[in-house]
Design a protein around this ligand. Structure first.
Ligand code: HEM
Length: 460
């Protein structure tokens, strides 16, 4: 085996740096060892192959499954939250089957129904705020994305069960995002319930409460089927695989929690970053407002989706601070040479999305927010990959894109916001993803509702 070099410090110290400052650790490694290096993030197994080389990433994401696989077992870090039957934690044929059952709600026609939900929920959330109020932007984007995903998944964001579920999910993700919980994930022997003051125990109890509510909803739907419902839960309950089999309750539960978690946290953070950059850089805001002002009265969501400058802002937001730092891990099945390194079966390979997006040779001045790069140049799917690629490419890519773009247009055409301070905000770890390292605070300067346009839905 010929693995790239990497830090020689004990695994425990590497894990500590990885948990507490993953991006600066990756940057330091890239500076010392080049675009491909290895890190020891498990006290019992071989070092992990990290790369930000687009050719190597292409190979990792697209190789035949006989050579490289994306086994769900390697995502076991997510199992505590998502379960054993989540599309994220299963592998091979089972993964393919679940993905096929889950894809239809995220395609073309189906997206149409979500446009109105997104615009309505965004309006409902921002209408609560008055001129002069100071807002914590991430709380607002989290409120929007949680309500939107609840509507999309269950067809409701109101009512006692929906409200309880929203409250529990909020708490669950808040606690699950602590770096201490991430630390415990790397040391399973410490994942024990030590009583009421224990962090891990609290997390487990919150999860049990959430699980009960989701199972109760599944049970109720089974007892009172309503064929007119078009929410994702109804579609998943009606779906059949090639053998004509429906999903089990456990599969349904794990996929629902997966969509609620994956579809809400990530998009909330990305939307918060977009609003930060738009208000931090006056020229970006002006160009975006000019594009929005040029829209016809009552623009349809398809038109909004295709706005070039809005698309460039969306793309640059996920370039500079990708919410997911890494692709999911892939594992070598047969001896293979990647980026000049001969890897043996069992080796785990990761594409560093963060480092790839910060390559000076692909993105000159990578630390600067410059949407124009996406107007001037097209990047390959292995140079720009905020949603990963290949067999595990993000299922919610189009959903997240639609949600962010419609919400940005709705917010900018409804409220004039100003950052409370113009200091820089950087990215830090939040659970298994990233987020701003301090709250993004803005003041509502004026309410532009009179000028606001209502976005009509059309098929995408
Ligand atoms: C800005 C928002 C989002 C970002 C940056 C993001 C990013 C990612 C990334 C990097 C992966 C791993 C891909 C790979 O390893 O190749 C992934 C997988 C996944 N994402 Fe997203 N995601 C976002 C929003 C969503 C939404 C809205 C949903 C659903 C409603 C979703 C559902 C999923 C699921 C189910 C997977 C697992 C796919 C599989 O294992 O087959 N994501 N996402």
């Amino acid at each position: 085996m010929h693995l790239p070099t990497g830090p020689q410090t004990p695994a425990f110290l590497q894990i500590l740096r990885w948990v507490f400052s993953p991006m600066s650790y990756m940057e330091a490694c890239a500076k010392t060892y080049g675009d491909t290096f290895s890190l020891k993030l498990d006290t019992n197994s071989d070092p992990i192959f990290f790369t930000s080389n687009p050719q190597a990433i292409q190979q990792i994401l697209t190789s035949d499954t006989k050579e490289l696989e994306a086994p769900g077992e390697l995502n076991s870090l997510f199992e505590f939250l998502l379960g054993k039957k989540s599309v994220i934690t299963i592998s091979g044929a089972e993964h393919q089957r679940q993905r096929q059952l889950m894809m239809p709600p995220f395609h073309g026609e189906r997206m149409r129904s979500y446009s109105q939900v997104i615009t309505d929920v965004t309006a409902k959330v921002i209408n609560q705020y008055q001129v002069g109020e100071t807002l914590n932007i991430r709380s607002i984007t989290q409120d929007i994305t949680l309500r939107v995903i609840m509507q999309a998944v269950f067809g409701l964001d109101e009512g006692p069960r929906a409200e309880k579920l929203q409250e529990l999910l909020g708490k669950l993700l808040e606690k699950g995002s602590s770096r201490l919980i991430v630390f415990l994930l790397y040391f399973p022997s410490l994942q024990r319930d030590f009583g009421p003051i224990d962090l891990w125990g609290q997390q487990m109890r919150l999860q049990a409460e959430t699980d009960n509510l989701i199972y109760a909803e599944i049970q109720e739907r089974r007892e009172n089927p309503d064929p007119s419902r078009t929410d994702i839960l109804s579609l998943l309950m009606a779906a059949r695989d090639e053998a004509g089999q429906p999903m089990t309750d456990e599969e349904l539960h794990d996929e629902l929690i997966t969509l609620l978690v994956a579809g809400h946290e990530t998009t909330a953070t990305a939307l918060a970053w977009a609003l930060y950059w738009i208000h931090k850089l006056p020229s970006v805001r002006q160009k975006l407002l000019a594009e929005i002002d040029d829209l016809a009265e009552n623009p349809d969501s398809n038109t909004v989706f295709k706005l070039p400058y809005l698309n460039a802002v969306f793309s640059e937001t996920l370039r500079i601070y990708p919410v997911a730092m890494l692709t999911f891990p892939r594992q070598v099945k047969m001896p293979i040479s990647i980026g000049g390194y001969d890897l043996e079966p069992g080796t785990v390979a990761l594409g560093s999305i963060y480092l790839t997006h910060h390559r000076e040779d692909i993105y000159p001045e990578p630390k600067k927010f410059k949407p124009e790069r996406f107007l001037e140049q097209q990047f390959s799917p292995y140079e720009y990959l905020p949603f990963g690629g290949g067999a595990r490419r993000c299922i919610g890519l189009a959903f997240a894109q639609l949600e962010m773009k419609l919400a940005i247009v709705k917010i900018l055409s409804s409220l004039e916001l100003e950052l409370v301070d113009n200091g820089d905000i950087a990215a830090q770890r939040r659970g298994l993803v990233t987020s701003p390292d301090r709250p993004i605070k803005m003041i509502v300067k004026s309410n532009l509702q009179v000028k606001s346009r209502s976005l009509e839905t059309v098929a995408l």
